[in-house]
Design a protein around this ligand. Structure first.
Ligand SMILES: Cc1cc2nc3c(=O)[nH]c(=O)nc-3n(C[C@H](O)[C@H](O)[C@H](O)COP(=O)(O)O)c2cc1C
Ligand code: SF4
Length: 537
């Protein structure tokens, strides 16, 4: 008998190590195998019992369930064949093909599941041919901007210089995202293979992985995998560097400064990193998921990848379902699936059981979409057409207890805290934004009682300024106060919109430039939370 349990950080946080120890004690003859996670987070710790090559899954498993599982009596938590579970069977796993199936650091498992086939194919090609193959696949950067990977690689290939670099962006700062972490913890060799192929394509012999320090399990796995695969990818070599702990260090030029040992401050572009990147040398910077998609493209051919998707969004996207959602986890699917399918059908709605009110897609700089926009297909252009972005594929769900004015304030506060300070619209605008949203919140309670200012338990929601001024004004209740509050509200709303315009078009990077997305989408789709009766124009 083999007992398979994930050693992913989320599974461990849910108690997987304790469960593994419990099985080792209760079934000393069984082989305990630590595998990668399937990505069904609500079922972790997920345990598979393998007898005569047949696996039966159970989850979520507590140490107290072990005896019943071994006796074949744990019906309440029996999942059966995990691969046949609708959450898994409905996916198209190209990048996460090994998730749940292999031991993360096993070179044997990697090789046996098609590992290194892409690298071998690339080794038989010219750099130009590799770049053409990546371009033909239609693969776009998965870090947020969706820039075509092949064009970036070609720019670095064509750039003059004896020394070039491959930098993998594993800073993964977006709230509600975890695909980079899961990939590195569960299948580190596929990232290493992708980076080695990028090296062959551009003439770079060195790669750096810039990984957030908050991912200790991933860092340990990656360092072990780099050491074990060194001979396979040689002469390409990889170094792992821990991030500096700022959201803005995920921005590519700030990341380069941080890698060079400087402050993580954004650089003006041009020059592009592809021309003058790390230490002034031509540099490819790609997200983990972009690089991890490369081995499939090289092994199976560009058309096999491009066959999936819609419009200019080709291939698959590992979507991360998070927040107040019943079935949170990693769902890799071809572009084109609607937001509603992801949230309602696959995610099962909210974990609280209350109606979904808003979904933020694309991390803290992403727009909030109401259910009325759930027909939006997961596609870069379709989201942009509705003033949204898909970013790194994070989908964070909120129920009807959410106060969208508080969320808008949070977006400005996040920008103020994380701003690198280089440009005025972001550095000062975000703080003025907080103050102006506070004015709205103070005025709204006089004009009209908005929905959602209290949590289900009746407590004021976080990030909301419920100070004395608001209470004083609310208590007067006079018509005059109402009129004054109305004028104040209109004035403050107009100011927020104006400020957002300045931040959007005047900021040097997308931290300041995209903060208006959550703010304005909250204002436009949920005007009642700002004390407005109808949508602001
Ligand atoms: C404030 C800010 C934070 C970012 N954080 C990340 C990040 O954590 N990971 C990432 O891959 N890209 C991040 N990006 C995008 C990078 O600047 C860059 O576009 C990306 O690493 C390029 O790789 P790709 O083409 O493979 O997406 C961020 C951008 C901004 C403006
Ligand atoms: S928008 Fe400007 S101040 Fe804000 S993080 Fe980017 S460069 Fe720095």
């Amino acid at each position: 008998m083999r007992i398979l349990i994930s050693d992913d950080a989320l599974a461990i946080a849910c108690g997987a190590d304790r469960v593994a120890a419990g099985f080792a004690k209760a079934a000393p003859d069984a082989e305990i195998v630590r595998v990668s996670s399937w990505g069904m987070h609500w079922l972790e710790p997920l345990v598979e019992i393998e007898i005569d090559s047949t696996r039966t899954g159970y989850g979520p498993v507590a140490p107290s369930d072990i005896a019943a599982i071994l006796a074949g009596e744990a019906d309440a938590i029996r999942i059966g064949d995990v691969a046949a579970h609708p959450f898994i069977a409905g996916q198209t796993r190209l990048t996460f093909a090994r998730a749940g199936r292999t031991r993360p650091l096993s070179l044997d498992d990697y090789e046996a599941t098609g590992g290194w086939a892409g690298l071998r194919a690339a080794q038989a090609m010219t750099p130009q041919h590799i770049v053409e193959t990546v371009t033909a696949s239609g693969l776009r950067g998965r870090g947020g901007a969706g820039f075509p990977a092949g064009i970036k690689w070609k720019t670095v290939l064509d750039a003059p210089g004896n020394r070039k670099y491959i930098v993998c962006n594993a800073d993964e700062g977006d709230s509600g995202t975890f695909a980079d972490r899961m990939l590195i913890e569960g299948d580190p060799y596929v990232l290493i293979e992708g980076m080695a192929i990028a090296g062959l394509a551009t003439g770079a012999d060195t790669g750096f992985v810039y990984i957030r320090s908050e991912y200790p399990h991933a860092i340990a796995k990656l360092e072990a995998a780099v050491a074990r695969s060194r001979a396979i990818v040689a002469p390409f070599r990889i170094e792992v560097r821990e991030g500096a702990g700022a959201y803005v260090c995920g921005e590519e030029t700030s990341l380069l400064n941080s890698l060079e040992g400087k402050r993580g401050e954004v650089r003006a572009k041009p020059p592009l990193p592809a021309h003058q990147g790390l230490f002034g040398c031509p540099t490819v910077i790609n997200n983990v998921l972009t690089l991890a998609a490369i081995p499939f493209v090289l092994a199976e051919g560009p058309q096999a990848y491009a066959d999936y998707g819609m419009g200019r969004s080709r291939g698959t996207m590992p979507v991360q379902l998070a927040g107040n959602i019943r079935h949170g986890g990693l769902y890799e699917t071809a572009f084109g699936i609607t937001l509603g399918e992801l949230v309602e059908t696959i995610g099962g709605g909210t974990a609280s059981g209350r109606p979904v009110r808003a979904v933020q897609v694309g991390g803290p700089l992403g727009a909030y979409f109401p259910p009325a926009l759930f027909d939006t297909p997961f596609d870069y252009e379709a989201f942009a057409a509705r003033d949204g972005l898909i970013g790194h594929g994070g989908v964070t769900v909120f129920d009807d207890g959410v106060d969208m004015a508080a969320q808008a304030r949070f977006a400005m506060a996040f920008c103020a805290i994380e701003s690198c300070g280089k440009c005025t619209p972001c550095r000062l605008g975000s703080t003025r934004g907080i103050e102006t949203i506070d004015r709205i919140v103070a005025a709204r309670s006089v004009r009209a009682e908005p929905v959602g200012t209290k949590s289900a338990a009746g407590q004021p929601l976080p990030f909301l300024n419920t100070g004395a001024e608001e209470k004083d004004r609310a208590s007067t209740g006079s018509a005059r106060a109402g009129l004054e509050a109305g004028a104040e509200l209109d004035d403050a709303v107009a100011l927020v919109e104006d400020l957002c315009e300045t931040m959007k078009f005047g900021s040097l990077c997308a931290l300041g430039g995209f903060t208006p997305y959550p703010v304005l989408s909250a204002l436009h789709h949920f005007p009642e939370d700002f004390g407005l009766k109808e949508a602001a124009e």
